[in-house]
Ligand binder design. Structure first.
Ligand code: G6P
Length: 367
């Protein structure tokens, strides 16, 4: 029954719309109000062990790698432990230094991606500890890891991943919370993040209720041969994943840049034929992000801005998509949701085979 379209034209659309209820299900039983933390028994780790990690390294491929970047930012933000993400496909071939006080995190929807699985084995061979953020229960990566957090997103049929990525991001928030509460995060901040997590399902539903606005903006992007997606700091992984999704199903060239880097090169390409999607959250970089948007307009570039209710675009000419605010650390999870629909509606306007893009497989189980 879960594998039917249930009134949607595509699995991608169905899976996007499942997110409010699937995220709610994922959070069930994992929020620990008493300690302002997350309950993650699947990690199979004592608090003392969690406390011992001085660094986090996230490994995944494709979209899982981009969400891994978002996750690494969340971990640094909340736990104040240095964290970064790397494509598992590169990591396993470069004779990486494995450190005993680093927590390695393998992230994968299918749990069968060969590059990620071999990276896990390489780490373990050298004595490292790996936990998995995996969707498919009992999959190879889930079994190989020393513990983990199941994503409980349910089956994902569309090759272009949506709900599984949102669940990965939420999984990283839970891990960051648990790590944070044994490192540097106060009880009050833990409680603040818990409240933010609880608000997510309702806020995702709010964004989806505004689908027509996003669809219109998406259709207007469909005629472009090439696009930029820009964002900074927490917004940059959002832009990277958004560009990936867009190119996967529209076959348009889409490239992500930190908005701060525009003036160092890509601005040269901006004209009326190269639109930009800008992620502009209401944070301490909002003025700088808006300045970058004005630079683009001044060169004739068209703009779509994904932003928060309080942000005043002034006389900036742009398609505006507004998402509700959450806690600043969790905002990227919500900013990503409209980018799924942007890609979907652009691809739809182009008449592409949305659920089965050419040349791509749902999971790459060979090297
Ligand atoms: C393939 C898919 C991507 C996916 C990547 C990792 O390349 O086409 O959409 O992000 O594999 O898949 P995983 O199952 O490990 O998350």
């Amino acid at each position: 029954e879960e594998l039917e379209l249930a009134g949607h034209d595509h699995f991608m659309h169905k899976e996007i719309h499942e997110q409010p209820s699937s995220v709610e299900r994922m959070l069930g039983g994992r929020l620990d109000d008493r300690f302002g933390s997350a309950r993650l028994d699947g990690l199979r780790m004592e608090l003392r062990e969690l406390r011992g990690f001085r660094r986090v390294k996230v490994l995944g491929c494709g979209s899982a790698y981009y969400v891994g970047q978002l996750g690494a930012t969340l971990i640094e933000d909340l736990a104040r432990v240095p964290a970064d993400a790397e494509p598992a496909s590169e990591f396993r071939y470069r004779n990486p230094v494995i450190e005993p006080d680093t927590l390695y995190v393998a992230v994968s929807q299918s749990g069968e991606t060969a590059d990620t699985l071999f990276a896990v084995r390489e780490i373990q061979r050298k004595g490292g500890r790996v936990v998995g953020l995996v969707n498919v229960v009992g999959s190879s990566i889930a079994r190989q890891c020393d513990g983990g957090i199941y994503l409980h997103a349910g089956p994902e049929v569309s090759v272009a991943s949506t709900k599984a990525l949102t669940h990965m991001a939420v999984g990283f928030a839970l891990l960051a919370l648990a790590l944070g509460r044994v490192h540097d995060l106060s009880h009050a901040d833990g409680a603040r993040i818990l409240a933010g997590l609880q608000a997510l399902p309702g806020q995702i539903a709010e964004i989806l209720a505004d689908e027509e606005t996003i669809a219109e903006a998406g259709r207007r992007l469909a005629d472009a041969r090439s696009l930029f997606f820009i964002g900074r700091v927490r917004g940059y992984p959002v832009a990277r994943e958004a560009a990936q999704k867009f190119k996967e199903i529209t076959y348009r060239h889409a490239e992500a840049y930190p908005s701060s880097e525009l003036k160092h090169g890509p601005l040269a390409l901006i004209d009326a034929d190269l639109p930009t999607v800008a992620v502009v959250p209401d944070d301490d970089l909002v003025e700088r992000n808006l300045a970058a948007a004005h630079e683009i307009r001044a060169r004739g570039g068209r703009l779509t801005v994904i932003t928060h209710p309080g942000v005043d675009l002034g006389d900036l000419e742009a398609d505006r998509i507004t998402v509700p605010r959450n806690e600043r650390e969790l905002d990227p999870i919500l900013l990503t949701i409209p980018t799924q629909l942007l890609a979907y509606h652009a691809a739809r306007a182009l008449g592409e085979d949305i659920d089965r893009p050419r040349n791509l497989a749902k999971s790459v189980t060979v090297e």
